[in-house]
Write a protein that binds this ligand. Sequence first.
Ligand SMILES: *[C@@H]1O[C@H](CO)[C@@H](O)[C@H](O)[C@H]1NC(C)=O
Ligand SMILES: *[C@@H]1O[C@H](CO)[C@@H](O)[C@H](O)[C@H]1NC(C)=O
Length: 255
Amino acid sequence: MQLGFVCALLSLLAGNSWADTRAIGAQECHPNSQPWQAGLFYVTRNPYRLLCGATLVSDRWLLTAAHCQRPFLWVRLGEHHLQKREGPEQLFRVMDFFPHPGFKQNRITQDYKDDIMLIRLPRKARLGPAVQPLNVSETCVSPGTQCLISGWGAVSSPTVHFPVTLQCANISILEPRLCQRAYPGQISKGMLCAGLWEGGRGSCQGDSGGPLVCHGTLAGVVSGGSELCSRPHHPGVYSSVCHYVRWIRKTMEEY
Ligand SMILES: *[C@@H]1O[C@H](CO)[C@@H](O)[C@H](O)[C@H]1NC(C)=O
Ligand SMILES: *[C@@H]1O[C@H](CO)[C@@H](O)[C@H](O)[C@H]1NC(C)=O
């Protein structure tokens, strides 16, 4: 079964010059309305190369997907238009990655269990209107909950087109039963599916690692989904943050 968790992988394997997994059926976010949104880049000058999204969870830590790990990455905060200098942007070179110990990078079996990772910034972020952390969700959200995803990932698929401004989309949490039906045998306890069952809206390449915000807290981290983004009956797969609260706390306290 060609279940790609991969919007994410596509680009890694194909050497896609942009990268990893965003949002189909989205619209431009109001600038800096998602002040916890971070972008992870391989190269930060033009042509910049977006790898993943991430979420600022304190002035020193980001939460993203474990499959976004590289020897080092550039983090941009306070960003909206990727090609314009608008004022609130902050840039960090990061090397301190803390992937969840349960994550095994296995591109053959495409096991994306525990696809969650903390990143420590080399210095504190300067908080302001365009740069604010988001609390992690301690209680798990129920199916049907309306949530918001955001990212600079592809806005079309399979022919990918990348936006220059941050895109936002409302999607809902799906029943675990539907999630299992879409990806039989591949959905573990720490995962959830979100999107529209009929397709047409959801995360895509370049969105990986980015936020799923429900009730004003971080409920999910974009992990994967079907290879063609937003196909009917192949919703996006997210790491369910409520299952990792203890690990997140412990890691942030220890390091
Ligand atoms: C975030 O969590 C802190 C500590 O639990 C709490 O005091 C604060 O009100 C929360 N912020 C929001 C926006 O929910
Ligand atoms: C998401 O839904 C909220 C509330 O219904 C609405 O105010 C907002 O404009 C929607 N955002 C997008 C990007 O569709």
